[in-house]
Every structure is written in C-alpha cells, then in structure tokens.
Design a protein around this ligand. Sequence first.
Ligand SMILES: NC(=O)c1ccc[n+]([C@@H]2O[C@H](COP(=O)([O-])OP(=O)(O)OC[C@H]3O[C@@H](n4cnc5c(N)ncnc54)[C@H](O)[C@@H]3O)[C@@H](O)[C@H]2O)c1
Length: 248
Amino acid sequence: MGIQNRVALITGSASGIGKQTARRMAEAGATVVINDIALEIVEKTVAEFKSDGLSAIGMVADISKKAAVDQMIQETANELGGIDILVNNAGMERAGALRKLTEADWDITINVNLKGAFLCSQAAHNFMVDKKHGRIINIASRAWLGGAGQAPYSSAKAGMVGLTRTLALELGAKGITANCIAPGLIETPLWYELPEKNRNFLMSKQPTGRLGHVDDIANAVIFLASDEASFITGQVLYICGGRSLFSG
Ligand SMILES: NC(=O)c1ccc[n+]([C@@H]2O[C@H](COP(=O)([O-])OP(=O)(O)OC[C@H]3O[C@@H](n4cnc5c(N)ncnc54)[C@H](O)[C@@H]3O)[C@@H](O)[C@H]2O)c1
C-alpha cells in the first residue's frame, strides 16, 4: 500500500491501537513519529521499533496544549522534512452517570480527544499544504452515536466527526484528505480493566461475536493514509463488528 517514505505522526502511539498502527505503518515503509505524554514510554516504544529495524523517532507532548503541539510538529518537520500523515489517535475517557460527572471530567475528555485533534491538525496541515498532499485520520469511536454514562467522551468523539468533515471541505482542494475511523470494542489493556460482568454484557451485543483486534484498525488507517485512498474524504468508517447498526 502506498505509504512508503511518508512521514507519519501518530498521537498516543506508545500504547494500544496507536502503537500497533505505528508499527504497521513503519513496516509498510513510512517513517513514524511516536508521540505520547510521558518520556519513558515514548523512549521504550522507539527503542523497540528501532531494534526491529523500523524507522521511528519520538516526540513527547501533551496534545491538549497548543505550545507543546506546535513545538512537536515544528521539530518533526525540521528533523524529517515535513509531515505527510497525521493520525489523531490519543484519547482517554472519564465515564459516569450525568449527575456524577465533574467539570474536570468534561474538560479533560474534550481537551484530549477533541481539542488535541484540532491542535495537531491545525499545526500539521501547514506542512501538508506546502507539499499539496496530506492525510489526516481521526480515531473517534462508535460511541459518538451516543452512550449512556459517556457524555464527555461521546460529545468529544462526535466533535471529531464534525472536525473531520470540516477539514475535508476546507483542505480538499489542497490535496489533503481527512477521514474518521469509529472503532467499536477493540482488545486493548483497557478492555481487561472492565469488570467481567460488563465485559460479558458488551460481548452479548456484538453481532460478530468477537472483539476487534488492533490490526483491524491499523489496516484501515494504512489504507486511508495511502495514495490509493486519494478520493475518499470526510467519511466515517465504522470498525466495530456491526455494533453501529443498532442503538442502545
Ligand atoms: N480500545 C477501544 O476499544 C477503543 C474503542 C473506540 C475508540 N477508541 C479510541 O482509540 C484511541 C486509542 O485507544 P486505545 O484503546 O489504544 O487506548 P490506550 O490508552 O492504549 O492508548 C492511548 C494513548 O494516548 C496517550 N495519551 C492520552 N492523553 C494524551 C495526551 N494528552 N497527549 C498525548 N498522548 C496522550 C496515552 O498515554 C496512551 O498511550 C483513543 O482515541 C480511543 O478513544 C478505542
């Protein structure tokens, strides 16, 4: 798939979906930028990739802070000559019933998931415009459709869908596409932190009867990032084993 020699920055890529996506992109010939919030995990991930012969550099930044994002993007461009692919993957969730959620729960969830994607897209797109080529892929969630106990997260992810559609309209003529992936239940460490009762309930609602794998997301990111996907923009791709087909 055509991502050879591209520079791809994947936020939150020292863990889970982002890490596997970065690995697969590097295996496909891209130079990847591992971003995360803590130095230790970024260094560990970059060392792992390099020991496997993959091309990677690390950038520590809290993507919810504009100054940190601007610095990360500028340093990436200085070191690697630009940015071709941005995967806005970093995310987190503060869940709870409406009456129990705090202002801080709302702020951090919106700031990391939504504001982070905005700040990174804003800073990175300048370098894409220069090359008349770019790919922005936002990792939202099926939860953007709504989820009980998920007011901040669902709102943030719904905002990412609006952001994606807007970026597609605004940047399309400049050779930049923007698309959104909406994963369902993906097998990451987070899944195993849920109580068994909750896991059983969620599994009972999976039409395909299985969890998604991080590669299910990585495969789609690589396709959307490729030269072959140049006419696809502003779309939401559900990767959820059919769970988005019904509500509740
Ligand atoms: N795992 C799932 O089932 C699932 C389902 C739907 C959507 N998603 C979305 O996929 C993305 C990746 O999720 P995951 O399951 O791999 O989670 P994860 O916790 O394994 O990885 C997220 C990474 O983001 C980093 N991060 C958090 N805040 C950050 C910040 N401010 N700046 C930089 N990095 C930050 C974390 O340190 C972590 O390494 C998230 O956006 C999540 O909302 C996941």
